[in-house]
Design a protein around this ligand. Sequence first.
Ligand code: KMH
Ligand code: ZN
Length: 313
Amino acid sequence: MNPKKKIIITTALTGAITVPTQTPHLPWTIERLAEDAALCAEAGSAVIHVHARDQQTGAPSSDMEVYGAILKAIKERTDVVICTSTGGSFAMTPAERVRVVPTWKPELASCNMGSLNFSFHPIARRYQDEDYQFSWEKQWLEGSEDAIFPNTFRSIKHFVNEMKKAGTRPEFEVYDVGHLYNLDFLIKEGVVEKPLWIQFVMGVLGGIRATLYDLTHMLETANRLFGPENFNWSVIGAGYPHQFNMGVAAITMGGHARVGLEDNIFLRRGVLARNHELVEKIARIAGEFEREPATPAEVREFLGLKGLENVGF
Ligand code: KMH
Ligand code: ZN
């Protein structure tokens, strides 16, 4: 795959931040997640990032049976690369978050590179008590004001080692410059090996902002620490319009892009999106810059993944 001509579009279908009250398009049942994955794949997304949610309430869940059922349902519909979340939610323990790796042995999994405040409490200001669809949602949003997303060195080392055992490639989520230094430390310790697949997470409240200056700083730091030949990168912009601002930056700077309702619910200002519409939009913009969506087969080869025949679901 020539990364100058191709772009890897990842879709984060549901995550653990967005609540059902925010948008009727948020998929959280097994069937809707599989349906969205298939539509996104058709629109040009080669990687689907997956979290599990409770099938009755839509609340983030670490139930391995539900997780497995989602993975199997997606696999039945499409051959996309599935990147499972080991970020889970801030309410889960690291042990609960990493369990998906030994249990389902995915091709790719997120690996969060440092601890941070991780808050989305300002979203709660948009709603009155009677607006909420489920009883957990208000406390979920408001409670994040006091949340720390813990990713200690010992825990990251454990996550990386579980991924090695399962033949799962880590996608390193970096939310701030210090996380790149954490990655560098773990390379020097022999825990992490190059080449790296890095996701720059821009605009989480508690991490670095989603501006071009900040992205350039992250990229320059990664270039200096790892050498540009030793990593490939994708970018998340949290919220609207950051998802598209950062996506366009990636398109023009040789990176790859993640879209999806985990990070942003709007297609245009005030217009709620479906997942595949976000893929269509970023694919269309990328096409204007002569970068076509990479296929799952191209991504497997480019990232050196073990293949769908070797996953545990
Ligand atoms: N929630 C995103 C900002 C993960 O799932 O491990 C980052 C993320 C991390 O997707
Ligand atoms: Zn996620």
